[in-house]
Ligand binder design. Sequence first.
Ligand SMILES: [Zn+2]
Length: 146
Amino acid sequence: MICNNCGTANNEDAKFCKNCGNNLAQGETTQPEQTTQQAQQTQTQTQTQLEQHIQYVTPEKMPRVENYLVFSILVTLLCCLPLGIAAIIKSSQVDKELAIGNYEGALAASKQAKTFNLIGVISGGVFVLIWVVVTFILPLLLAFGL
Ligand SMILES: [Zn+2]
């Protein structure tokens, strides 16, 4: 058998060329081409898969949704505990909804957190105003008989 790579005559039953080690059974000249084609195909496939993967893992950029968390904590500490806790729950819900990609839900929770905080600030302000009137202004008015 003549090796088609180097032209050396080998035994008929030889599987490999004794001169260059070429695989006589398959014929070396056509095989590398196939391998190269296959490799290119595989590379193209991998690229396509990679592109799909990138598209999949990069979601549409969502606008930031305000969670009012600091505001909610301040309302809890400075004003009214139950209202503040409700606001904190809504604030943390904003991030949870964003994490699962529910933009509408995040917006709704953000709105509710804002509402709770506004109620907290307004009622807190009214409470402070009444407290100031009762403990400072009213006694002074009474004491001086104005
Ligand atoms: Zn050979």
